[in-house]
Each structure stands twice: as structure tokens, then as C-alpha cells.
Ligand binder design. Structure first.
Ligand code: 2HA
Ligand code: ZN
Length: 281
């Protein structure tokens, strides 16, 4: 009997099911058209070992920045140019399990990316965000990017100042300040797939788990797949309400800053400084 035969069927792995379900949900919500969006999920070696022979490496791919802080770490990640729509039917083509090499300048493909695929074009941003989030939260596991429609739309019509964007999103749904009290980060428009956009996003991820890319989409970070998806979903819902409020002719009343403070107190969260009780608001 080969070692492989003792392994459980990888499609039944909880991390695989979470990845497939989440990508499929994101597609159905219309936030990952064509090859839009990408997810990476940090896995523990023990989690993988039950399903995979981790000594059996298929291919090695270059990483174009220093990822040595993640040396030896494993991720399940979506593929470059792959469509979220197709993940459920063919996870072995559209997803891959990778391990960052000791030098941090390459990754090894242990499973998936059949037909010669590689990890998402946004891998630099994902890895830089993982490095950053692990520094501030040792339970951090997930980075998720998607093209959430109303959040993108707001980057055309709304102020891109983080405090303004945060305030509007908090105001649109009562639960927002509880779900992301640290607010939302916004970077300038930058060409996607570059280390420059990765660095700008990771810099924001020191303080926030949501970073908006103007005219492109959103990045979210979290400790579980559900939490990360829920974070993006909550911000996008607020953006959808904003769109609807604008379409209905604008606000006649709102959640006041005092009420937002009441919420923060009731749910024991600390709202980002500089958002509430600003002059001229
Ligand atoms: O993977 O969404 O930002 C396709 C993208 C790039
Ligand atoms: Zn994108």
C-alpha cells in the first residue's frame, strides 16, 4: 500500500469544502465575474497531512518578493486566470495547495493547479497581507479579494478619505460599527498584481481588516473563512444600502454619532478615532 492510500479523500477536507463553498457564494453574489477575485487560506501542516503526502511536491514557482517570513507555511489558494464559477466543478484545476520555500523566493505546489496553473496574480498582496495580519493577530488565517459591486461604485461617487468612507458605511447599517469598529482602509488607485499594491494594502492591514481598492474591489482579512466573508458581506451590504438611499433621493435622517457611540459601548468595541464627532459632519 502506498502512503497515499492511507490518506483521506482531499475533497472531504473541511478547508477544501470551505474554500469551494465560499468561492461559489462569492460568484453567485456577482462579486467575482470572469477571473475576478482570489482567496488564500493559511493551513496548518497537521490539517493537510491527513489528506496529502507533503513530501510529494509537483512543481516550483517563483515569488517575486521576499516571502521568507512565511517560509514553510502552507496555503490553499485560488489560481491565476481561473474563474470562481468553475471552482466547484474542478477544484483540482482552479485551486492549489502551496508551501513557501525556506528562502521565501519560491513556492512549491503540493496539490491542484492541474494543467500547469499557478497561484493568483495577487499572490504578492495576499502574502504581504498574511505577514502583516499575523503580526497583529496570531489567529489570522484568511485573505479574500472580490469585486463587490456597491463598494466599487462608492469609490466613484463618495469621498475616498478613510474617515468619510468609514463613517458612511457605519451609518448605513446598525451592525457595521460592531463588525468593523477599526473602520475601512482605502489605498490610491494602483496597477493590480504588483508588489506596490501589495505593500500599500499590507500597510493598511496593520490597523484594519478591510481595504478598499478604488475602482477595483475589496480585500478582507480574518481568522476564519466565515468571518472574512461576513466582514466583506457586511461592508458590501452597507454600500448597497448607500446606493439605495442615494437612489431614493438621499437621507432624511440617520444613525447619529451619539447612537453610534451607544452601539460601541453596548457591544464593547472601540471605534476608530477621528470618525465620530468631527466638525463639519
Ligand atoms: O484575479 O481580481 O485583482 C483577478 C483579480 C485581480
Ligand atoms: Zn481584482
Amino acid at each position: 500500500m502506498s502512503k497515499i492510500m492511507n490518506k483521506k479523500f482531499i475533497y472531504t477536507a473541511p478547508f477544501m469544502e470551505e474554500m469551494i463553498d465560499t468561492a461559489t457564494n462569492l460568484y453567485r453574489l456577482g462579486w467575482d465575474e470572469r477571473n475576478g477575485g482570489n482567496i488564500s487560506y493559511l493551513l496548518q501542516e497537521d490539517e493537510i497531512k491527513a489528506y496529502l503526502d507533503i513530501t510529494n511536491m509537483k512543481r516550483v514557482v517563483e515569488v517575486n518578493f521576499d516571502a521568507s517570513e512565511l517560509a514553510g507555511r502552507y496555503f490553499i489558494v485560488t489560481g491565476s486566470g481561473k474563474y470562481f464559477k468553475n471552482i466547484k466543478e474542478h477544484p483540482e484545476i482552479n485551486l492549489g495547495i502551496i508551501r513557501i520555500t525556506e528562502e521565501g523566493n519560491q513556492y512549491e505546489i503540493l496539490w491542484g493547479f492541474e494543467n500547469g496553473g499557478v497561484a493568483t496574480s495577487e499572490l504578492p498582496t495576499h502574502l504581504m497581507n498574511h505577514i502583516q495580519r499575523l503580526k497583529v493577530d496570531q489567529n489570522h488565517r484568511v485573505i479574500m479579494h472580490c469585486h463587490a459591486t456597491n463598494l466599487i461604485a462608492m469609490t466613484f461617487t463618495h469621498s475616498l478619505i478613510e474617515e468619510d468612507m468609514t463613517k458612511t458605511l457605519w451609518e448605513m447599517c446598525t451592525e457595521c460599527i460592531v463588525v468593523f469598529p477599526e473602520g475601512i482602509g482605502v489605498i490610491p488607485w494602483i496597477v493590480p498584481g504588483t508588489t506596490e499594491i501589495g505593500e500599500a494594502t499590507a500597510d493598511k492591514m496593520k490597523d484594519v481588516r478591510l481595504v478598499l481598492w478604488p475602482h477595483h474591489g475589496i480585500f478582507g482579512a480574518g481568522t476564519t473563512m466565515d468571518e472574512t466573508f461576513g466582514l466583506i458581506e457586511t461592508a458590501e451590504k452597507a454600500a448597497q444600502v448607500y446606493t439605495t438611499v442615494c437612489a431614493q433621493g438621499g437621507k432624511k435622517q440617520t444613525i447619529t454619532d451619539h447612537q453610534l457611540m451607544e452601539l460601541a459601548t453596548a457591544f464593547q468595541v472601540v471605534p476608530r478615532e477621528g470618525v465620530l464627532f468631527r466638525k463639519g459632519n
